[in-house]
Ligand binder design. Structure first.
Ligand code: ADP
Ligand code: MG
Length: 324
């Protein structure tokens, strides 16, 4: 490691760890697990040009790099403890590092997690965070627990991040304030950490929506079904919660953003129908709305009903691969 990199780590990424036995500075970090807890581990990479635009505010990028990992831990019902940062950048850019580390630590402080180590190399701008959490043994929320007849729920609102992307692409025009609001949704997703823990023993399956509701729902259906027979679902398109900003857009764009758009980091959750009250209790305990949007079916495929109960042709959202 060169002196430049050492200085960089010392300056931006070496705050003392407060919640783990050993953080940055040695060959390893040391974490301690309470007895009866399992270690939940998740890893996500953000690459410039692929996961973020080069114009993004570094502070928001620091937030997002950690947020997407905390969202994964949350979707498993884990409590986040610590994380590691592998950072590759073309040259030492103090302005970038100052903003990036500020955004990163702001969320780390808010969620009481320690940065405990990492790696720093020269290369294209990209960052990989590995996050560690703890969850009581056997109580993690998994993608594989959904059963036919379960209700399907979504947290918060869907589609704003995609709406922002379409505005960046010049496909839709948004007023300044609206653009800033949906841009915030795209660049600063909120990891639903307390909601995930509140849904332990309540939800039958859970996933955080990073790639789009239909795509991520398909993961749940596949993992919850038999190896050669995925489950299916019925979705009420009009029930899918969207923000006031998206609700005024043309219906087809609403569907495209809310069902197909990624980067929202809301939860898609299933629960037995007799657990509805417990789902709503978890929702109010965490202060995050949960909306019932459909049902899990034994029959494979996703059937989407439109505003008048008509069966929607998936072709317009190009999700034909969900047809059984
Ligand atoms: P090694 O050569 O033993 O792999 P390094 O010399 O690369 O370790 O890193 C020195 C220390 O700094 C280690 O504790 C490592 O975890 C930490 N570190 C390196 N890069 C980062 C980073 N971007 N963020 C946080 N800690 C880092
Ligand atoms: Mg070493």
């Amino acid at each position: 490691m060169s002196a430049g990199e050492f200085d960089l780590i010392a300056r931006y990424f070496s705050r003392p760890a407060r919640r783990v036995p050993l953080g940055v500075g040695d060959d390893c970090a040391l974490l301690a697990l309470e007895s009866g807890q399992q270690l939940a581990v998740s890893c996500d990479t953000l690459v410039e040009g692929r996961h973020f635009l080069s114009t993004v505010d570094p502070q928001r990028l620091g937030h997002k790099a950690l947020a997407v990992n905390l969202s994964d831990l949350a979707a498993c019902g884990a409590r986040p403890v610590a994380f590691m940062l592998a950072l590759s950048m073309p040259h030492i850019d103090e302005v970038f590092l100052e903003g990036f580390s500020r955004g990163l630590y702001a969320l780390a402080d808010e969620q009481a997690v320690d940065l405990v180590g990492g790696d720093t190399t020269a290369g294209p701008l990209a960052m990989t965070i590995t996050a560690f959490g703890e969850v009581p043994a056997g109580r993690a929320l998994l993608r594989s627990g959904a059963r036919p007849g379960d209700d399907l729920w979504a947290s918060g609102t869907l589609g704003d991040a995609r709406l922002a992307l379409e505005a960046f692409r010049g496909r839709v025009r948004l007023d300044g304030e609206v653009f800033e609001a949906v841009r915030l949704a795209m660049e600063c997703p909120v990891p639903r950490v307390s909601l995930g823990q509140a849904l332990r023993d309540v939800a039958s399956a859970a996933i955080d929506v990073s790639d789009g509701l239909l795509g991520d729902l398909a993961h749940v259906l596949r993992r919850s079904g038999a190896p050669d027979a995925p489950l299916g679902a019925s979705l009420e398109a009009a029930a899918v919660p969207v923000s006031a900003h998206l609700a005024v857009q043309p219906w087809h764009l609403q569907l495209e953003c809310a069902l197909g758009g990624g980067d929202d980091y809301v939860f898609c959750v299933t629960a037995r129908p007799d657990r509805s009250d417990a789902v709503l209790a978890a929702s109010s305990a965490a202060g995050v709305p949960l909306t019932r949007i459909g049902r899990i079916d034994a029959e494979p495929g996703v059937r989407i009903r439109g505003r008048n109960g008509e069966l929607l042709d998936h072709a317009f959202t190009s999700f034909d691969h969900f047809r059984a």
